[in-house]
Design a binder for this molecule. Structure first.
Ligand SMILES: C[S@@+](CC[C@H](N)C(=O)[O-])C[C@H]1O[C@@H](n2cnc3c(N)ncnc32)[C@H](O)[C@@H]1O
Length: 379
């Protein structure tokens, strides 16, 4: 087999594995196997997960041949079951196969893994394929973009990612690093904070809960996401958060918002905008002086050449192709269509054009996917 033939086999196998893992993740099979904690037969895994044994068996075939779960067996003999470990077994004897999710795999595949959870990302490509395959194929010919409404389940998926990412790190690790701890001190005393492209409000609600003396405003143009954010605020009993359905490219022009916020955040939101420059200019206008804007966005270079050794290059460019770039183009195809891999050089260019002249690019030990563009006024 040539190197490229082997690579093609890997591509086909890993693509298939991703699809099956996404189904397993969604149905909590990894959690069920983690809870079992040892080799178990199909029936036990089926009972623990509450799922059909025939489907579980086929799924375990993917997981075992793909090296996600380990396999063993026990002989089925007349006086009952006896574990035979990994020894050879003679032909004709019945044997029951047993499966185990190793602890070190569970630590990256289950919801309990928190910020280390990579399992959640297996859902991304299958989800985007369901939402947008036809529209993206059409876009290749027409150049048109795709509206956000094509991705109905996307916001809840983003919330899962935000949950996984933010719950463990936002308040304890990320915020203490902003502006050398000055933002954290301000949050404790009471400042005004705005999150642009807040989605379902996971990050903002977490901050509002931790800093009751500060006031928080979330802005997103997706009404469903804002409704979910407001419901969570109510469920959490928070009185210091407001959510607005607004176009981020226009809010900077609202008189009430000029110089209003001491701290503004945008988590993974700027590259999805159809008018990112107007949004950044608006943020500049909304920021008080002194003030800090934290733009957390993908950690990449701006050219394909720069990203050739990016460990997640094909994955991230595919997510961009299936979602970020077409939504950024807008329905008429006239938006900027930055795409998720717009990269540092382009980001610095737009931030500079928007009036952010002092920008620190900070790597985040807890989040290898993203980088923190810390933009300060009156530094
Ligand atoms: C990738 S999601 C990130 C959501 C959230 N910040 C998080 O980390 O979970 C991008 C968000 O930007 C929002 N968005 C896109 N264009 C927008 C616009 N013009 N005005 C306001 N929000 C926008 C989308 O609705 C979406 O919620």
């Amino acid at each position: 087999m040539s190197d490229f033939q082997r690579k093609m086999c890997d591509i086909l196998n890993f693509g298939a594995l991703n699809l099956a893992m996404a189904i397993g993740y969604k149905h909590g099979i990894f959690e069920a196997m983690d809870a079992i904690g040892d080799y178990a037969p199909v029936d036990t895994i089926s009972r623990k997960s509450g799922l059909d044994p025939r489907y579980i068996r086929e799924w375990l075939g993917v997981m075992a041949t793909g090296g996600i779960v380990e396999i063993s067996w026990r002989e089925e003999i007349s006086r009952g079951h006896e574990i035979s470990g990994k020894d050879e077994i003679s032909r004709g004897q019945a044997r029951e196969e047993l499966y185990r999710l190793p602890e070190e795999h569970a630590a990256l595949l289950t919801r309990g893994a928190g910020a280390a959870n990579l399992g959640v990302y297996t859902q991304e490509i299958p989800l985007l394929t369901c939402c947008a395959m036809d529209a993206v194929e059409k876009g290749f010919k027409s150049g048109e973009g795709i509206p956000f409404s094509f991705y109905p389940s996307f916001q809840s998926f983003m919330s899962q990612i935000s949950n996984a990412k933010h719950r463990d790190v936002l308040v304890d690790k990320f915020l203490p690093q902003v502006d050398g701890g000055r933002i954290l001190a301000g949050l404790e005393k009471g400042i005004r904070v705005c999150d642009i492209g807040c989605g379902e409000g996971v990050a903002l609600n977490l901050m509002a809960q931790s800093f009751p003396k500060s006031g928080f405003t979330g802005i997103d143009n997706d009404p469903d996401a804002i409704e979910t954010a407001r419901n969570s605020t109510r469920d959490m009993g928070l009185g210091n958060v407001a959510y607005l359905i607004e176009d981020a490219a226009l809010v900077g022009e609202m008189d009430d918002f000029k110089n209003r916020f001491d701290y503004i955040t945008a988590f993974d939101a700027i590259h999805d905008q159809t008018r990112p420059l107007e949004t950044l200019k608006g943020i500049r206008k909304m920021l008080a002086n002194p003030g800090v804007f934290s733009m957390v966005d993908i950690n990449a270079g701006s050219s394909h050449h720069d990203n050739i050794h990016h460990p997640m290059g094909p994955f991230l460019y595919t997510v961009s192709l299936m979602h970020c770039m077409p939504v950024g183009l807008g329905e008429d195809g006239r938006g900027s269509g930055l795409g998720m891999m717009w990269g540092r050089e382009r980001a610095l260019e737009l931030l500079g054009e928007a009036g952010f002249t002092h920008v620190d690019i900070l790597e985040m030990a807890h989040d290898g996917f993203n980088v923190h563009y810390q933009c300060k006024l009156n530094f």
